[in-house]
Design a protein around this ligand. Structure first.
Ligand code: HEM
Length: 121
């Protein structure tokens, strides 16, 4: 019997050296394949720890791709386990820019203080 993983367990394998994806309720370890993927590593890595069925099927991968995929199967999903709610990728990508917003507020406050100081000279 193959190993069964919960959605949470799968979601934890989301780093470039440790990338699992779900396709049709099966779990695939594609860590070593990222660099070799003809469609590029980022496109798969974007789905790391997630269900990539829709993305994989939409591309219309060849039979060779399907064979290759099979060789990377490490188990299946416990579909009764609690699903992981992921933030949309866009939100994750913009999170790093939040610091810039805070900086803008600090600069605005400083300008206000300096302006106020000169006006009252
Ligand atoms: C997140 C899931 C995936 C996406 C969105 C994706 C996307 C793509 C894209 C866009 C191409 C076309 C590259 C080109 O012709 O310029 C491609 C090709 C290919 N991909 Fe993926 N891929 C995914 C996962 C996988 C996985 C898991 C495997 C196998 C383990 C795989 C195997 C291949 C192969 C062999 C090709 C060459 C064309 C073919 O034989 O169909 N891909 N993929």
């Amino acid at each position: 019997m193959s190993t069964v993983f919960t959605y949470q367990e799968i979601a934890e394998h989301n780093s470039p050296k440790d990338t699992w994806i779900i396709i049709d309720d099966k779990v695939y370890d594609v860590s070593k394949f990222l660099d070799e993927h003809p469609g590029g590593d980022e496109i798969i890595f974007d789905q790391a720890g997630r269900d990539a069925t829709e993305y994989f099927v939409d591309i219309g991968h060849s039979d060779d791709a399907l064979k290759l995929l099979k060789s990377k199967c490490i188990g299946s999903v416990d579909v009764t386990s609690e699903k992981v709610i992921f933030k949309p990728r866009e939100e994750e990508k913009t999170e790093g820019n939040q610091g810039n917003g805070q900086l803008a507020i600090i600069v605005a406050i400083l300008c206000f203080i300096i302006g106020y100081y000169f006006l009252n000279e």
